[in-house]
Design a protein around this ligand. Sequence first.
Ligand code: OXD
Ligand code: MN
Length: 589
Amino acid sequence: MLTNNKNVLKWVDEMVALTKPDQVVWIDGSEEQLNDLRAQAEASGEMLKLNQEKLPGCYLHRTAVNDVARVEGRTFICSRKEEDAGPTNNWMDPKEAYAKLGEIFEGSMKGRTMYVIPYCMGPIGSPFSKVGVEVTDSIYVVLNMDIMTRMGKAAFDQLGDESNDFVRGLHSKAELDDQKRYICHFPEDNTIWSVNSGYGGNVLLGKKCFALRIASYQGKQEGWMAEHMLILGLENPQGDVKYIAAAFPSACGKTNLAMLIPPEFYSKQGYKVWTVGDDIAWMRIGDDGRLWAINPENGFFGVAPGTNVKSNPNALESTKKGTIFTNVVHDLDNNTVWWEGLDKNPPKNALNWKGEKWDCEAGEKGAHPNSRFTAPAENCPCISSEFSNPQGVPISAIVFGGRRAKTAPLVYQSYDWEHGVFVGSIMASETTAAAAGAVGVVRRDPMAMLPFCGYHMGDYFQHWLEMGRKLGDKAPKIFNVNWFRTDDEGHFIWPGFGDNMRVLMWILDRCEGKADAVETPIGYEPKAEDINIEGLDIDLGTVKGLLEVDKDLWKEDAAGITEFYAKFGDKLPKELKDQLAALKERLDK
Ligand code: OXD
Ligand code: MN
């Protein structure tokens, strides 16, 4: 036995009695045990060993065809009171959920092995970190959790023999029946039950389920924040590093921003960017009164399509060893992998993500659009030296962003924390022409947490406001960015990618009181000449255009916000109601 913790032992016994596995294997995290599991997964066909010269330690996995993404419609917050889940979550009564899923779990591991995975979210030994235990019947889950978390005996050592403070995660692939697929969270019980899926976001319970949904609830109770944010460090030529946390809805380039390559203009002078995290930040107020963040994860679960040497060389490099690829193209001649947007040479002799013979010329995509790599953070060439610092890193700026063709300017700063919470709460992205349906439909996604907030979003806004009051004048400054403004032909105006650093530079200068700003109805904006465009193909006039605030569009937006806010009823903090009214007033002036 790996632990003497009676709470763990009792709970695992209960899960064994429910799911009835043939045997139980405790995951100690040793290379020997992991190698044994890799060999078993290879023998069963669950994982395919790739070319070990080109991709050492790398494997390919294919999910069931009906099981390729997070299923928000089947994801539930099972708080005792429906009101506590709020209007943006699906809710199920916990008694009903335990009974309903209990029936599905009953005997679901017969003939299978149950793996007991102890894992730590955050660096081992950090006072910010939290322990989880996931039991699962999937070797794929074990091997992914090994990459994404600090997994094994050290996690039990961190928990100790007496503590009951661990998140209980039960997962079974069961029959992969999408009609009986449920991802249920019981925030009041520190418990997650996930059944009938094998897709990462639904089954790597440390990630979205624990580190965001359960942790956001814990953060509210305990006075800290769990956010859907990347963390990056920007080092100046003197060697000082300032840290930024940034939230974006999916498909807005979070991983790319986290691993940004500075434009030559800056790199020549000695500026560098370091990655602390690409998806999740846990943030607390430190002894010095500032906001400190850790990345609770230990790897990247990134979207493969579109990742290439140009868009994100650091992410690509991270996938060269010890990586698990899911639902990408299998190049049979080289026994390697490929995906759309990797390069212009799709393999001729290949299988698509479903494992069928694939003809790259026939027009059908080879990799699933949500195909993924699970890569160890330590592989990343720009991983921060503070990645495993138990204290985390101090945050100077919080950045929100979305995909807006016209409304939002390239960058603006909130007047203060309270206004910043308002700016985060109205975050939105527009649907693009790439997706079916109407173009330009605005989807509100407050703080990019819409699918990940484990409690009532009105209470979540209130928590943000309270954190600001505690931080006082030590609070990070809050900004909003939009890399996605388009011209009349629909082309992006701002070059994006590495050049986003030019905007981050203004943001950090503002934090240090080194840059001026212009007051507009929506917040402070840079003077156009304060965005450095040296070496870029755009002129000052273009930057001015990117910073323009169209009052009519904003009035339309304010009407949309009013409608969105109405959902929250009495739970909408008065401060945000007042902020909206003040915005309308400024727009009318
Ligand atoms: C993710 C997501 O996978 O946000 O990170 O969906
Ligand atoms: Mn995410």
